[in-house]
Design a protein around this ligand. Sequence first.
Ligand code: ATP
Ligand code: MG
Length: 439
Amino acid sequence: MIQTVRGTRDILPEDMPLWRRVEDVARESFRRYGYREIRTPIFEKTELFARGVGEATDIVHKEMYTFVDRARADSEGESLTLRPENTAPVVRAYIQHKIFADKSPGELTKLYYSGPMFRRERPQAGRYRQFYQIGAEVMGSSDDPAIEAEVIEMLDWFLKELKITNTTLLINSVGDPASRAAYLEKLREAIRPKLDKLCADCHHRYEANALRVFDCKVESCQPVIATLPVITDSLDEASLEHFEKFKAHLDARGVAYTVNPRMVRGLDYYTRTAFEIVGNDKLGAQNTLVGGGRYDGLSETLGGPPIKGFGFAFGLDRMVMALPDDEAERLRAADALDLFVVFLGAAARDRAFEDARKLREAGVAVAMEFEDRKMKKAMAAADKSRARFALIIGENEVASGKYGLKNLASGEQESLSLDEIIVKIATEPRSHRDKEKER
Ligand code: ATP
Ligand code: MG
């Protein structure tokens, strides 16, 4: 039997209501905060990630799905990569379509995306080779820390709306590239005598970008990492001031945070503010829900104009895992069919086809079986369908025009005309979304 590729998986119908809920709440957050959606291709030129994410990162160094596209007669095959993240592609699109061009000074471009990403990592719970991210980017001429606080405020609302509690916001500043040079020298000096205690990847990080050592997840490296000087103590004046303002903006919004001077995020392009939202106990070891930060300079790295940027991405897979059990149960129940049609006899069958169509035209979610069955079997099928109601049509019902409508949860049964049934089902909250609207 042919099965899914290692690290990939099917999201089955039972779980889709949870995924849709996370997507819907994310879209609602973006709508309220003035973001517009962008979709970029799933594969891009390898160079985009090599330059945009950085050669020293784990992502580029060892996690990318890269392949050479078939050569044509007139050219060599081109190196392409399945996107491991989507900030570099969004910034590429921003430059390519000159989205910056018709902006007035101070005007921000706020974009969001949703889709699959690909990284060749060791698969485990909460870590896949094809996973899903939703993310957003704020680009423009301003690097006001209030922009960062507004993004965090939006995420705060998003998590509350999903009933995901007990998360922790970790923040840090990684300074700007100029001031980082002196710190990196200090860091390398501190690492050098301890290199033999660090893993092979850390050796590579030490050579390519020593800051990345803080990304290491290898247990035996942690004691060494705990002794290293942190960037937060070596910040330049301007970055320090920026960080203080950012914290004040969070305080003003009543958002709690913890400063973690060893949290540097896994992408080379981050400058100044970096943040993470770490999830609750449902997540296990892979508990980072959201990661983000400032990436002033990324646009220039990709050949664009000098643009400031701030953004984040969260893993949908992990966000779905973090939903509380009772919320997940409620979402699954709200996804149920409205009505299952049970008919008895040939005349009732024809009437059932006709009435199912009328119900559907009125917005009711209807399912039925096509086989004529005994009452008991047909009712068992209705129960199994998890519909809220069973509509029972027999010979008497065809003659009188009054149907049996059975509430499958309570067992109550009423005799109603089709029009009355439509009114009843349409006015009773049908799904979670309708309940939401009524609030
Ligand atoms: P981690 O430290 O868990 O490897 P990361 O630093 O690589 O995360 P980012 O590149 O910032 O993560 O991606 C943002 C979010 O995307 C993560 O916080 C996580 O929720 C999700 N994510 C990243 N990689 C994976 C993966 N392989 N499988 C599932 N979700 C992932
Ligand atoms: Mg990672």
